[in-house]
Ligand binder design. Structure first.
Ligand code: ADP
Ligand code: MG
Length: 614
């Protein structure tokens, strides 16, 4: 790995220390110095990253606001294989306008973006992506698919396995972005619900036995608004999604429940609104930093076609109401959005109650109107497009003169350049940060191992020079090295002599031993005595016996014990013993690498038992 420029050291530190068991004092000092300089660098990089991230947020917000915090896109469905293509197609389009010709009348509608029949799911997602970043930055975001039944709303939002739609792509992107955020920890939860005829249905609930339109499933979810204006749906299942796979699993489950819970599948599912909510919890690294919560709503609205078109006349009143609600859903949302811009109050349907805090001042809204290319759907197409015209009219920057329009585009392009530069700087800093953090971990590890190894080996050497040299079977290779080095170097550097801390540790460990139950105390005490009087190695049969007994006994007690608390206590004792064995100058490397199967087996056993408790 490359060493950062600011990491200046007279000698290349990692090269010097690799594979060397004993570190001369001056090199150790160098290592410590480099650790502290790396720590400083990491802090500095993190703070730089934080300010760049703030700048990026600000620029993105400006871009979105200049483009319009309510954006309206149009997607035209391609002809299906089963459909007859007319000679003169009624709908034609440019990059930001749609023209509909019907019975000699020509109507033109403008959009922020038009997706032609050949547009892929990726193309659509590409335009939605910036708004997701905005959701991660703490804004509430709403993406709504709207249009006549059969125009591709579900295809756009959900997609197929081969061509995943916006929702799975957006969720994946959120995880992706979150994993690259080095200054925050980001977590997600997910909820899904359906609104049909003013009733709310929890799609992720564990209990889904009843059909939606049965009386017992009528709205049991209460919509609440807290003092900060944040909307909560009481009783709605909210699942934690630690990774994309889990999120996808829940999403698919919700979709399945939606499509299978209807008595009249086609009618009801095309009339209901399906809402997916991802709640984002973003917390800064710093001490005392607050958690920011934002929501991303992805909504597949019910079909907007009018009563006559579907031949629904004569059907029940409820269904008639549902059709009207479907038709007016976007109208309600538009009215709510108008309020956001200081316009008139609006009708508070279930949908707008739920979305209240996501259609507000700081929120971003994206509407995707879907239209059919067919001749026979022209009437519905014009109706859908007229609705979205109202939505677009909310943004004050519509209907600008050509000059102002150009100025606006120039500003957006400048902001986008700025955004790109900021993102590139962020990337560079992240790479550097990762390098520095990696190097830091390596150096710390190196310092720890060489230091511990050195202390152990020195203690061992000082305590038992004769036995240490005799030992062959259970000693790791590195120990041989130590012997050679110890023999050749006749001096003891200052840092190897006992320090105040090491003496204190020794006293502490003796005190701890005295406070323990008799059986352990006796073993530990014996080990302490041995350590101060003579050598202890695993080649020494007496020591091995001691070790074996000291590890075996508590585990046997645990396995015989019938109370649930007992194993915990025994394990605590065991770890205590292990600690004391270490503290009492037993060479640790020998314990770990021991060829004694008894010692090894018991250590594994211990580990397994610990994990089964957590
Ligand atoms: P809606 O949800 O609006 O009722 P669907 O998403 O169910 O409509 O789409 C109706 C049919 O058209 C489906 O078979 C779907 O696969 C197909 N379809 C819709 N949009 C596209 C598209 N952009 N490309 C290919 N097939 C599409
Ligand atoms: Mg659909």
């Amino acid at each position: 790995m490359s060493v950062p420029e600011s990491f200046e050291s007279p000698q290349p530190v990692p090269l010097v220390y690799t594979d060397v068991t004993v570190v001369p004092e001056h090199e150790r000092n160098e290592l410590e110095k480099s650790i502290s300089s790396l720590e400083g660098e990491v802090l500095e990089l993190k703070s730089k990253l934080k300010s760049l991230d703030d700048k990026r947020k600000e620029v993105l917000n400006k871009i979105i606001d200049t483009k319009g915090s309510i954006r309206v896109f149009c997607r035209v469905r391609p002809f299906l294989l089963t459909e007859r293509r007319p000679i003169r197609e009624p709908v034609s389009f440019g990059s930001d306008n749609v023209v509909v010709r019907s019975a000699g009348v020509r109507k033109e509608f403008e959009f922020d973006k038009v997706f032609h029949q050949s547009a892929t799911q990726e193309d659509v997602f590409g335009e939605v992506k910036p708004i997701l970043r905005s959701a991660l930055d703490g804004h509430n975001v709403c993406v709504l698919a709207y249009g006549q039944t059969g125009t591709g709303k579900t295809f756009t939002m959900d997609g197929t396995n081969e061509q995943p739609g916006l929702a799975p792509r957006a969720i994946k992107e959120l995880f992706n972005e979150a994993s690259m955020d080095h200054t925050h920890s980001v977590t997600f939860t997910m909820s899904m619900l359906e609104i049909y005829m003013g009733n709310l249905k929890d799609l992720l609930s564990a209990r889904q036995p009843l059909r939606f339109n049965e009386a017992s499933t009528k709205c049991n979810l209460n919509i609440q608004v807290d003092s900060k204006g944040s909307v909560e749906i009481e009783g709605l299942t909210e699942v934690e999604v630690p990774d994309f796979a889990k999120a996808r699993w829940w999403y698919n489950k919700g979709r399945r429940v939606r499509s299978t819970s209807w008595t009249n599948v086609n009618e009801a599912s095309s009339r209901s609104h399906c809402l997916t909510r991802i709640t984002i919890f973003r917390r800064g690294d710093g001490v005392g930093s607050k958690t920011e919560v934002s929501k991303l709503w992805m909504i597949d609205l019910g079909g907007s076609e009018r009563l006559l078109k579907t031949g629904a006349i004569g059907q029940t009143l409820d269904e008639g109401r549902a059709i009207n609600l479907s038709l007016s859903a976007l109208g309600d949302v538009i009215a709510a959005l108008r309020r956001k811009k200081g316009h008139v109050p609006y009708r508070n349907s279930k949908l707008t109650q739920i979305l209240k805090d996501s259609l507000g001042t700081r929120s971003k809204v994206l509407m995707l109107v879907h239209i059919s290319p067919r001749d026979e759907d022209v009437g519905e197409t014009i109706c859908s497009l007229s609705f979205t015209k109202r939505a677009r009219a909310i943004e004050s920057n519509r209907g600008l003169t050509e000059e102002l329009r150009k100025l606006r585009e120039k500003k957006i392009s400048e902001l986008e350049d700025e955004m790109q530069n900021t993102q590139e700087s962020c990337k560079k800093i992240i790479t550097r940060l990762q390098e520095a953090e990696c190097l830091l971990t390596e150096n710390k590890k190196l310092l720890r191992t060489t230091h511990e190894k050195y202390e152990e080996d020195m203690e061992e050497k000082l305590l038992s020079p004769i036995n240490h040299l005799k030992e062959t079977d259970a000693t790791p290779k590195s120990s041989d090295k130590l012997v050679k080095i110890s023999k050749s170097s006749g001096f003891v550097p200052r840092f190897m002599t006992s320090t105040v801390t090491s003496r204190l540790r020794q006293t502490m460990s003796e005190k701890e031993i005295n406070a323990r139950p008799q059986s352990i105390r006796s073993v530990a005490k014996t080990l302490t005595q041995i350590s101060t009087s003579q050598s202890l190695s695993l080649s020494d049969s007496r020591s091995r016996g001691l070790l074996r007994r000291s590890y075996t006994k508590p585990i046997q007690t645990a396995s015989n014990s019938g109370t649930p608390e007992a194993p915990k206590r025994d394990i605590k004792d065991l770890s205590f013993q292990k600690k004391n064995l270490n503290d009492t100058s037993l060479p640790r490397s020998k314990m770990v690498t021991s060829s004694d199967p008894n010692v090894r087996a018991k250590l594994c056993h211990h580990r397994r038992r610990m994990s089964s408790l957590t």
